[in-house]
Design a protein around this ligand. Sequence first.
Ligand code: GDP
Length: 407
Amino acid sequence: NAQSRPLAAVVVGDVDHGKSTLIGRLLYDTGSLDSERMSDLESSIGAGGPDFARVMDALAEERRDRITVDTAQTFFSSAVRDYVLIDVPGHREFIRNMVTGATKADLAVAIVDVERGMGDQTMRHLAILNMIGVQRWVVVVNKMDLPGQGEKTFETVAASVRALAKRLGSEVAALIPVSAVRGDNVVHPSSDVNWYRGPSLLAALDAESVPGERRGTACMPVQDSYDMDGTPVRVGRMLSGSVTAGTRLRVEPGGGEVEVAHVVRFPEGVVERAEPGESVGLVLAGDASIRRGDVLADAPLRVESSVRVRMASLCEKPLRIGETFTMRIGHQEMECTLGELTRRVVFGGEIMVVDENPGRAVFFGDIVVGNMMARNPVAFLPFAQCPELGRLVLERGGEAVAVGVVE
Ligand code: GDP
């Protein structure tokens, strides 16, 4: 399907639940490995079958040479479309990548070992993904080949997955019993797991759709202002909607109004319109005092100095009520104070506990709901409407200490 971008799935799973084996199996069974890797894999076939985790280790080593980010991306294709699987090993790296939008996922693939049940890290990561709007899960229950595993144990794990999804407000698109080692229900249906009538993992992924570009409200956070032959040009990315010469835009959080004189794209020069997702320059008639951080929009934004946020801490040193931080939303950067906390989500064992008496500090790994009070008004939109203007990063002494979304 040439017109759509790849579907991006973030893969979550606790250590040893079989993530590497599953990804290796998916690549092998879709014929996505080159011949050298194929024969390497085939030569590793012992009593237990090929060692897929070994292929993944080799791929990981190659990636280390090529990229510096802490995210592994694996590409493969089915008959329906292209895929990118995103695997972020560390907890800290996971939060940072997901919430800052460095990596964008359309859905989550969660791996749960049928013997152990849903892991702590998996639940935590699904909760964070839920928070940033990745609310569809394809869940594989792995190691169904182990002795004693069957419909009954699968259903027990499935029930706990459904319960967590319900609690968080996520949707389980598919729950699939698989054996990554044997390849049951990964790409090919299994005849051993004969009580299961649903799709394989690949079939479940193929049934998903790739979201298109966002139309609607024209919205551009100003990233910078350049001088082009004496004319100021405001540059930034059109997060949604489009503008042409003549479009009237509000300037938030200040509340001014301007009109688009020309749209400029680099290196072409003046173009007719700025489309959603494009980085463009706007020459504006009207208010000349527009700065980096201002947001141009053709519909009202929320402008407040107290913002209710849901956030996850990234820092060993606790964040305390009354403490001052630098908050970034879009290209806005402002001083703000952590006000009251109203809720804390704690994970332990197979449970997720919501504590309505969260205390006065946020500890590493906590997800909390609280208030941030800014010196000056902030322009934003609810995350569900515009992720870029609905998420925030908190910094202390130049270090990112928490990431979150505007509630
Ligand atoms: P990761 O840490 O999640 O990447 O897990 P690995 O893919 O390295 O697998 C962890 C262990 O579980 C390895 O010993 C695998 O061989 C084993 N394993 C993975 N998938 C299966 C499976 O479907 N069945 C069985 N029996 N073992 C599996």
